[in-house]
Design a protein around this ligand. Structure first.
Ligand code: R2B
Ligand code: URA
Length: 296
């Protein structure tokens, strides 16, 4: 099937499995997903991952392990997913499977995240998983909203303020659109309305290539602009419909979009960047857990 879903070209087969457009894959004798320590010759990927419905990704191994345990509890699954890290052999990331949910860490920043994301898309392809949904659960800095708020991204903005993901390919800068699945975002926001400890917004998310100057911070080891420059920049981002800044959104949106995978991003905000730059321990109960107990 090749229909347009919210502006995303679907590359899925009639049964919902992915149909990747890279013909080189069919010529490989075997395909190694090196950073996940998986391949399609020595592992029966359809048996292992064919039932996956949700691939949930987030920065740290610890958070994704805790998320796996949380999902196991929700689904009433007895097995402790802590003990089975499917990518242990790679020593890079962590991946837990709890029924139809994969919980996978991706590290910091676009290059780390896109490496895992692309290998996971191939795993879903070889596994013939039906209509897999990819979700990034992350942390971010907010713009004018209280720490602890959640932002579900409608689009990812690049460091040059475009709704694109840019990558040099064969020596030439290429750009892809970076929108997320509208219906899925609406579904996430709807589920979040069950919680009243925090507010959830749908807005643009900037995917910065750096935590310090790339996010207009004044507290890095190097800084060559003023507080007024920083505030003008953050105001500009807000005027473009951006409510939070993290380090992967535009690439996550673009790659899932191009692969025909429904995807969404939900990030908690750890700091209001209009008030400051430092991510500190806070009194917000939701964040105490997030910053200093899971992410250590
Ligand atoms: C949010 O937090 C990380 C940086 O602290 C980065 O991975 C991101 O997007
Ligand atoms: N992660 C980011 O990338 N930025 C922040 O301000 C907080 C978390």
């Amino acid at each position: 099937c090749s229909s347009l879903l919210n502006g995303r070209t679907s590359k899925r087969n009639p049964d919902g499995s992915l149909s990747l457009p890279n013909e080189n894959l069919s010529k490989l004798k075997g395909d190694v997903m090196y950073h996940l320590a998986l391949d399609n010759l020595n592992f029966d990927l359809p048996a292992l991952y064919g039932d996956v419905k949700f691939v949930v990704m987030g920065g740290t191994k610890y958070r994704m392990r805790e998320f796996a345990c949380y999902v196991a509890e929700l689904l009433g699954l007895p097995k402790d997913p802590k003990s089975v890290n499917h990518t242990k052999a790679s020593q890079r990331f962590a991946m837990y499977k709890i029924g139809p949910v994969l919980s996978v860490s991706h590290g910091i920043g676009i290059p780390s995240m896109t490496t895992v994301l692309q290998e996971l898309i191939k795993v879903m392809f070889y596994a013939k998983a039906k209509d897999p949904i990819f979700i990034r659960l992350g942390t971010s800095g907010g713009l004018g909203i209280p720490p602890g708020s959640v932002v579900v991204s409608s689009f990812g903005l690049s460091g040059t303020l475009e709704k694109t993901y840019e990558l040099p390919v064969l020596g030439v800068i290429r750009k892809w659109p970076s929108y997320l699945d509208k219906r899925l975002s609406e579904e996430l926001v709807c589920s979040a309305s069950n919680f009243d400890e925090f507010k959830t917004y749908v807005a643009g998310t900037m995917g910065a290539d750096d935590f310090y100057r790339g996010q207009g911070r004044l507290d890095g080891p190097l800084c060559d602009y003023s507080e007024a420059d920083k505030m003008a920049y953050l105001d500009k981002l807000a005027s473009l419909g951006v409510k939070n800044i993290e380090m992967e959104a535009n690439a996550f949106a673009a790659i899932t979009g191009e692969a025909g995978v429904r995807a969404s991003i939900a990030c908690v905000t750890l700091v209001d960047r209009l008030q400051g730059d430092q991510v500190r321990k806070t009194s917000a109960p939701i964040l105490k857990f997030q910053i200093f107990e899971i992410d250590k």
